[in-house]
Design a protein around this ligand. Sequence first.
Ligand code: SF4
Length: 288
Amino acid sequence: MSSPTIESIETSKDNTIKLMFKEGFHCVLIPLKNNKTTLCISSQVGCAMGCEFCLTAKMGFIRNLTQGEIVAQFEESFNYLKEYSKQNQIYAHQHITSIVFMGMGEPFNNYTNVISSIKFLNSKYSYPYKKITISTSGILPKMKEYVNTNFPSHLAISFHSAIQEKRDILMPYLKPFPITDLVEVCNEYSRQRKAGMMIEYIMIEHFTDLEEDLNALLQIDFEQNINFNLIPLNGSMKINDITYYASSMKRCEEFKQALRDKGYKCFIRFNMGEDIEAACGMLSEGRE
Ligand code: SF4
């Protein structure tokens, strides 16, 4: 099979770079502080999970990426960054300092190829396992398998609501996996390791950011080494004819403080690359 080829490259106002491959998938280079760059990788073309807030969901599931296609996202990004960094101060002297499986697709629905591509990156390029994070929407059986194998890369979960009915609305295909069971696996994983699970929580005004949402989240007994990442909704989301937007920064700060007061690490993730549709939950073939 021939290697995937880049069809086009877009750079956003904040210097986020989206590399689009002819084969229908994308990856995104995100410049961070302190000369760091994160590469956000796709694991599928489209996605079957149907999350309400996600543009990729609208494509439906098309296919799994092969190991070669996953690795190519790293190789092409690395080569592009080498050239681009000569012309652009933001990326000067930068390397890919971390990789996240947070692009198109549910990585645990393509478990074998995701794991084998990480092993390949480690064996061929000595890319450290611990610089890689797999983010799952919460495919419980695969999470358990991952925890049992003690695979060294980090794990994150798109948690998004501690209220079962709300999570079921936001992530309808995850209904078979109740929050209580997910929390158990998150805690099991976190007990095994120094760095605990990363819990991603989407901040949607009047939907996930109410007092009842915060109380439900604080009532869960997560292990103390668990980290929270609050992610303001990108763009908007429509449910039952009501359009929802991101929570205010003030509300995000209140959530952050409440979680920190309970002893957890908590950060607000600022969305990068929104103008080129490279931000979280915005990767798709094209916007409607
Ligand atoms: S948020 Fe992730 S799991 Fe959900 S539909 Fe989008 S790509 Fe799939």
